[in-house]
Design a protein around this ligand. Sequence first.
Ligand SMILES: [Fe+2]
Ligand SMILES: [Fe+2]
Length: 339
Amino acid sequence: MLYYLFLFTFFSIIGWVLEVIFRSLNARAFVNPGFLRGPYLPIYGIGALILTSCVAHMQGSNLLIKCLVYLLVTTGLEFITGFIFEGCLNIRLWNYSEKKFRIKNYICLQFSIYWLLLAFAFEYLALPMYLPFLNLLNPVAVDIFAIVVSGVIFADWTVRCAGIIWERKGKRRLLSGDDESEFMDIAGPLIEHPAVQRLAGFGHHRDKTRLDHSVEVAWHSFLLSKRLSLDCDAIVKGALLHDLFFYDWLREGPRLHGFRHPWISLRNAREVTILSKKEEDIIIKHMWPLTIIPPRYMESWVVCLVDTCCTVKDYLSVRQIVWSSQDKRPGVFSWLNQL
Ligand SMILES: [Fe+2]
Ligand SMILES: [Fe+2]
């Protein structure tokens, strides 16, 4: 089993290298292909496993039969993968809409020919080189590599799927239902405030603006506070204003930004609105444990936790250049920006 696991991980990485070269040359910029963040494309690993089995079972078969089987296996794998990704996650990893002789934009004749050639290259070039290469390696190192890398691929896959489902759930709830109007009743006037709108001009985490981040934290804190029967008004207000500072924290601003920005945000927030003790505590303590003194209210704990989760999520979501039908839709937070 470890032998097959190594084959899977090894060719997942080789496939990633091939795709990076192909896509980056086409785009004239580095493109990290696929759905996962790491340097592997499991579809190539699965393809290698299937083709290895075909090679083993088709010794002595004539060229025409091999062509048909390889074509069916590689194009079938491509179709099933495209179908599952679009059907389950609404993500399209590739798009053949501009190619001729295609089926549902998942497969096309041109790439099916490429896969066929690649399948023969796998049989006559890759496999004859792979087997002696495998014999050179320490068997224990091979086993460890296979277990660790497949574990990483599995973890990457789980985190990525969970992130997408979590984000969609949040968006769906925000775009429909009573929660949305209740949230907007509290948050709307504050979001419209020019000082809060100014946050849209500052990047915060990767490609997310500080306004996007603040609204996201406010929204998830609001949902949690409803479940826990907490003070929704205070939590939305505190969360919206928790990062109310006006500098690019990666390039400018005070030293020890992590420790000091809650106080800067509080000072700015006091100029925007009158704050209760609880709302002030939410803002000051959102960076706990950096702020040493722990949050005093349950609402402060919630915002602190949600802020951390949103931040981790933003940094785990490496921006990947993949074609997605989601890209065509206005993001919920840019929708809020337009208020
Ligand atoms: Fe912060
Ligand atoms: Fe934050």
